[in-house]
Design a protein around this ligand. Sequence first.
Ligand SMILES: NC(=O)c1ccc[n+]([C@@H]2O[C@H](COP(=O)([O-])OP(=O)(O)OC[C@H]3O[C@@H](n4cnc5c(N)ncnc54)[C@H](O)[C@@H]3O)[C@@H](O)[C@H]2O)c1
Length: 285
Amino acid sequence: MSYNLLKGKKGIIFGALNDMSIAWKVAERAHEEGATFVLTNTPVAMRMGEMDELAKKTGAQVIPADATSIKDLEELVAKSMEILGGKVDFILHSIGMSPNVRKGRKYDDLDYNYYQKTLDVSAMSFHKVLQVCRKMDAINDWGSVVALSYIAAQRTLYGYNDMADAKSMLESIARSFGYIYGRDKKIRVNTVSQSPTITTAGSGVKGMDSLIDFSERMSPLGNADALECADYCITLFSDLTRKVTMQNLFHDGGFSNMGMSWRAITQYNKSFEDGFDISQARDGD
Ligand SMILES: NC(=O)c1ccc[n+]([C@@H]2O[C@H](COP(=O)([O-])OP(=O)(O)OC[C@H]3O[C@@H](n4cnc5c(N)ncnc54)[C@H](O)[C@@H]3O)[C@@H](O)[C@H]2O)c1
């Protein structure tokens, strides 16, 4: 259903790779709500992904940019303003990648070059986007910038590895930059902490299926899916949330405030009935 919440608004959407991507759903919903925007991703992702299909569907242009490169970001922002005919009103940062996770390096055996890459791609790129936009005065007053996070920023979750550190940094950047951008330009900066979701990045996390099952059983409202996440992002880009800034907003069906649910404990008890021996389930993570 469309409410015209973003009528006349312009934006930049980072991170739509394929139709499972959270950013893909945000782009579809933003289009339905009347926004015009530019889509961007790395040149590699553009070759691998299906962005042309999304661009056609939403009337968007695609501009390649590596979000860790200041030069790429400056070109992206300049071209976006040219295409859209002025400053933007919203930006979605939906970017995450850990070479340590990809290569199966555990948290107590990290490759530090990979670790730096994780932090650069998944967290520092958010600062770079904000800093480039601010220097180029690219966002309208009362604009809104959202990045996607995960509860591993606050709580230790098996298998999330160095991405947990990246998400902590990402959320801190939202607070620090949110203060400066809010004070000077009334621009809000928030992170949305989303339920585990089946996407290309999500599937890289060790034990993702079990994690999804566990949080589904634990959350009173169940896991939030990618489309529901998109709906929430749309509200944050809209004028209905003009005083929300510097927040990490949980969009997780209640998971973040649960300790134990009846559904989760029932499943846990079943594991004993089935003769599952927890002491054998050790692999050092
Ligand atoms: N899937 C989940 O379970 C989940 C849960 C909470 C938060 N998130 C976060 O949501 C965001 C989007 O992930 P997703 O799950 O939709 O997966 P996805 O794989 O569809 O999206 C990740 C995107 O990051 C892009 N990217 C990687 N390196 C980049 C770079 N250097 N420059 C620009 N873009 C780059 C990829 O090309 C891809 O489009 C990420 O920040 C992720 O951590 C995902």
